[in-house]
Design a protein around this ligand. Sequence first.
Ligand SMILES: NC(=O)C1=CN([C@@H]2O[C@H](COP(=O)(O)OP(=O)(O)OC[C@H]3O[C@@H](n4cnc5c(N)ncnc54)[C@H](O)[C@@H]3O)[C@@H](O)[C@H]2O)[C@@H](O)CC1
Ligand SMILES: Nc1ncnc2c1ncn2[C@@H]1O[C@H](COP(=O)(O)OP(=O)(O)O)[C@@H](O)[C@H]1O
Ligand SMILES: [K+]
Length: 490
Amino acid sequence: MRLFTAQAMREADRKAIDLGYPSLLLMDAAGRRTAKRLLERFAGRKIVVLCGKGNNGGDGLVAARWLAHWGHEVAVYAAEGQEGDAAMAQQALRAHGLEINPLSAWKPQPHSVVLDALFGTGLRGPLEGFYAELVENINQSGLPVVAVDMPSGLPYQPHIRANLTVALAGLKNEHLFYPHRTACGRILLDSIGMPPRALDNPHLPELLSSANMRALLPIRPGNAHKGSVGRVLVVGGYRSYTGAPSLAALGAYRTGAGLVTVAYPADCDVVPPLEAVRLPLFEWNTANLQMARADAVAVGMGAGEGGVEAALAALGLARPTVLDADALHERVLRAYAQSGLPSIITPHPGEASRLLGLSAEQIARFPLEAAQTLAQRYPGLVVVLKGGPTVLAWTPPGTSETRMAVNSTGNPQMATGGMGDVLAGVIGALLAAGLSAWDAARLGVYLHGLAGDQSQKPGLLAHEVAETLPEAVEQLRSGSARDFWEPGYD
Ligand SMILES: NC(=O)C1=CN([C@@H]2O[C@H](COP(=O)(O)OP(=O)(O)OC[C@H]3O[C@@H](n4cnc5c(N)ncnc54)[C@H](O)[C@@H]3O)[C@@H](O)[C@H]2O)[C@@H](O)CC1
Ligand SMILES: Nc1ncnc2c1ncn2[C@@H]1O[C@H](COP(=O)(O)OP(=O)(O)O)[C@@H](O)[C@H]1O
Ligand SMILES: [K+]
């Protein structure tokens, strides 16, 4: 499943037509499916459909026709000048005897629900004048709004603030990234019958979905033993940062690691989980770290000033590695990229800012671009740029194309200390279980978010998310994990 831009969706639309699929069928499905969704949520209200003159408006005209056909009270307000499919939709509506009022005549009507079919992916530039005022009036009316494809006006200001958005054919960036996602309200995706071949575009970011991630779950054989399902070495801790390596160890165990060793400075009061092997060290060097037998390493969590030294010592182990927090420095990343070892870096925007020389705000605003830049700068390293949502990027060595992915799980309650440490442990366990770096990073990020989604209550703590990981793994394995765009998710 891919994440689309408006332009990529227009290309998919063109591809469908080139494949011989009649575009009017797409529009009819779009309108009908949106009408169904509106009724599921807002039955009993009078329905007011506001249509622009493009195809988004055409979808609205189709929705109005079906709603009237099913016996609901509908009022239609539309811009003038429809062409092509939208003109056909208008003709069909008229054949059903519905009156079309000018958009300028719309006034908020009590107990109505507004179907926003003003603009979709064809919007070029911010709304001004009449349309800007109309959008402000709709927002101020306090009436519930269902948006067709996306709230009109996005990605610019002003835009509609919808209660429900029915995304057509595929999810677009606005449905995933904040602040735009907030304007969408609840998001439902409908395929509208688009031929899958038209949507297939490997150059777009992958949207991590339950179906795709389920296929990556490692299988634990009946004769498993603690040495065969993955041994993880966690390397970190410094002065008052004693919790970080312990949380990573917990994340690794709860994801299925067979054995976790925690290496930490001997003068640092780290209290690893009871089940972990302790490795207090007076010096970070490869010989010391070799005392732990490890299939994969997670290094840097709470490692403070020792982060670089610890990561360079761990490089000598020549194991698949997750580099987190204080290991995320230019020197370390260069060395790992040159080593060709399967390695993953997990910066948050603050750490990415240190690497890229851009502000953390800029990185949080353009996470796709930031992750891609990092992946191109360090070929071979899998980049996990953490945030809401987390973005992944990877330039396989010897290639020039960067693969991208965007996570679909997780929630703002996860913005608490130690959450990233747990993630490093989760990914470490998956690397130790034998997954490739790209698979371990994608599945790890997905599971970590899914665990966080089990409880979306305020005050969520990192160790609680770690404790919920087995439930998340079970949910994913059993097929009961839901994607946020599916009906019945909430
Ligand atoms: N993705 C697909 O394959 C499908 C898309 N459909 C619908 O088609 C929509 C896209 O349709 P269009 O490409 O016709 O575009 P829109 O309907 O989103 O908007 C285009 C119209 O808006 C006007 N416009 C653009 N920028 C403006 C601005 N800043 N101020 C005022 N007017 C402006 C244009 O002149 C044009 O009339 C999608 O969002 C979706 O709702 C569906 O009909 C079915 C299939
Ligand atoms: N708003 C959010 N939506 C989804 N996930 C979030 C959100 N805020 C934080 N997270 C997740 O929580 C984790 C926080 O990691 P990080 O900032 O490194 O925490 P720490 O350094 O305290 O361990 C990341 O995996 C991130 O994706
Ligand atoms: K719309």
